[in-house]
Unconditional design. Sequence first.
Lengths: 241, 354
Amino acid sequence: MSQALLTLEGVHTHIGQYHILQGVDLVVPRGELTVLLGRNGAGKTTTLRTIMGLWPPSKGTITFDGQPIGGQATPDIARLGIGYVPESMGVFADLTVAENMRLAARLGPPDATRLDWIFGLFPALKRFWQLPAGLLSGGQKQMLSIARAIVEPKSLILIDEPTKGIAPAIIEGMITAFKELKRDKTTILLVEQNFRFAASLGDSVAVMDDGRIVHRGTMQALASDSALQSRLLGLSLAAHQ
Amino acid sequence: MIQSALSGDMPRSRILSFVLATILVVLAFAPFLFSGSQPINTAAKICIFIVLVASYDLLLGYTGIVSFAHTMFFGIGGYGVGLALYGWGPTWASAGIGLAIALVVGAVLAFVIGLLSLRVRAIFYAMITLAVASAFAILASQLSEYTGGEDGRSFRVPQLLRPGTVLFDIPAIGVRVDGRVLSYYLVFFSALMLVLAAFRIVNSPFGRVLQAIRENDFRAESLGYNVVYYRTVANCLAAGMAVLAGAMSAIWVRYTGPDTTLSFAIMLDILLMVVIGGMGTLYGAVIGATLFILAQNYLQKLMAVASEATAALPLIPHLLHPDRWLLWLGVLFVLSVYFFPSGIVGKLREMERR
């Protein structure tokens, strides 16, 4: 396994009176795509939001590229080179697609070559470049949300359930995009419910339950072990095919 | 050129463009189009309130900040210039120093309020600003030795701006260009410059970040934008504009007092103007301020005419009696908010899209 880019050790997060993360231990290897699986309410989204500083951890350490980031302000964490694609997409509806992309490009105007690459992955964004993002379809908003996260090279991208409610044709575009990012050695932490999608992309996998990581290993091992899938997730890849 | 002056933010509606052009032309030539003091007073008040409402829209419409302290900054501008002219004599230097002090005080207060309270939830921020504004209004009334208390202060303006100063006559149209006309143009061009500056701000990358924060502050933070910093800067810019509007008001009215600058009624008027015109569009500030002030000044007269015209009918003349103008003003606003939830500008743009 490659060297760790992101490490969570014994991370606890409270939201109000609720104790959501109860000692998460997670390692995200550099240059790999790690999938975080688990049933609804297991704490996957909270894990991503805790890494981003949107919900500060109440205990434990989060280390990114050798530097502790737990408890830092979200903008400072983002400026370290961490991109975040939330489940809700979070596009700025009143701003145009172009303005959404420019806002995400913190180092200056978006690079033309990189934009062409993004347009190749998500052609709809080029077509609706000057349209308010609020007028895009759900799938197109998800494309924009991902495009914003990759408009500049990032060290780590956190992606929360990108396929939720999205048409299969658009999911194919996402698979291509993530494969190209993997080829570029971009580190990705992907939260996903669609096991087939996750299995086609993931290098390593972590499974969450009740606010803890209950399994860590390679995706290949999990994808080829129906019994393990059934035990951890209550499903098997074979049943999805 | 127009597109560049408006920073590329065009009205995007033919009706709106026509109405805006009409407002601009009427305000630009008001001293030559109307006789008597009321029309020119109304025109000057519209110019001042366009700036005040635009500055509030920068907060509410563009950044999503609900503040009740905006009249405090308007008051700081009015008191700054007014008290300087009253205390140090009616010179340009007094007015300039008074304005500079008011801008510094306004910016520092906005910075402190912003930094201390923009981290909390919107409702708490609104409550904090309400408390600070109330405290400031009480302070202005209590410090009567300096501020004139409830009576306020009347003061003289520099010689060039006084009504007695006649620059020249234009006999062909029967107009005398005096200090009052000059005062009007000082107010008009200041308003024009400030509104164009506001357009520049909201259409800059900084303005886009403000809009992003308004829509989803968590998402803006995740992109690396420090929300408190941007909100505080927006707070200071809006406060600065409100201070300048207060200074324009003081120069025009030649009086400053709690009722004309600090009262909560003015804050409610500003809120109504922003909502009626359309939040998040500076054109909304222009339309909202113009309509509201015209209604405030002329609805009573219009109702007197309507009441007389319907004298032969039962009940209607009583309903249209000029004393009931506030009731009808209220009804008009309820109807406009009901039928134009996105404001008049939003509605006109929506009609154009269809």
